[in-house]
Design a protein around this ligand. Sequence first.
Ligand code: ARG
Length: 421
Amino acid sequence: MSEKVVLAYSGGLDTSVSIKWIKEKYGFDVVTCTIDVGQKEDLSEIAQRSKKIGSVNHHTIDAKEEFVKNYIWKSIRSNSLYEGAYPLSTALARPLLATKLVEVAEKENAVAVAHGSTGKGNDQVRFDVTVKALNPKLKVIAPVREWNLNREDEIKYAKRNGIPVSESKSIFSVDQNLWGRSIESGPLEDPFVEPPQEAFEWCVPLENTPNDPEYLDLEFEKGIPVSIDGKKTDPVNLINYVNAKAGLNGFGVIDHMEDRLVGIKSREVYECPGALTLINAHSDLEKLVLTRHELAFKSKVEQEWSWLVYAGLWQEPLRIALDSFIETTQERVSGTVRVRFYKGTMKVVGRKSENSLYQHKLSTYGRTSTFDQNAALGFIQLWGLPSIVANEKRLEKKTNGKIKAVPLARKYSNASRKNGN
Ligand code: ARG
């Protein structure tokens, strides 16, 4: 009996070719594993295809809830947007997939795991690093990377070997899960070309969106969305619901130039209606309940967190340590955010929380204000002191001493005596 390898099997061209290729070139028996992270594909059809091509065993794993609870929730709490744009939909799922591959490999007594990533992208890094961090004994095989395979060669190989692949289901390379849909290649490779409508499946073209605005009330508990319009909703359905509502209103398309970990710039197009809605709503709620110091520091942590996750370092202790910080900040992030969708836009139009730090009696310009405006004067004197001192020096030099620097303390105390303050 040959040694076994567990292949992450999506059912697409790369991984279908890999089943035969691995057996032929490496001599391993191939066990395939399809992990459901909400990609909405026919999983039993994929299982059959795997067997038909020649796998010795196939595993189908439903990891949707785990994906939401252990990955998506963390990314909402950290308002995660790589380069300010990409909600990490593909990036977040990879470490989960890698974890499942390792589990199956250990169950199957396999010596290696395999994936269909190329040598040009981020996904290879995410798979390899996670697998190695969890079980350094496992080898990682990536046929497309190791043999420099391209699409044309793969199609030829598939035809020669009777591998049933839908020749070119799409001109695009697509990866999708509950958190979003990544679309690459084809006409999108020219960054100046507007993405054609065929690229999109989740976000409705503006001309077909409702003519009246639609609203959602999103309730968060400790930074996690728990109910929609007052109805408690389980995690997977909640994400699906927000994806559908936002997508039907044409909201959620992202088109941006992205810096891949390996140094390549690429034009990336995504549909992430639910992710963008929930992250925006969550970050708005934080502005109501967190202090300015918490917000300022957290935004740096968020950037670092997003970068680590994008760069394949889910297992990095720093990521885990940052998570602890983020979790602590979420204690008070409970409340409701009202969002409005209209013709491709999403806006937060209201927010409330029992932990709100907003105090009407302080911020109002009306008669009921309790804020002592006189307190501002002394505050400004001290707040501006370093800048004022620096400028006095500059002025003195510029005017050759004609305008002399006056010690601030005296100047202000005279002024305040004169003003009777
Ligand atoms: N650029 C994105 C990322 O690195 C999306 C990658 C999409 N992957 C794919 N196989 N189509 O996360």
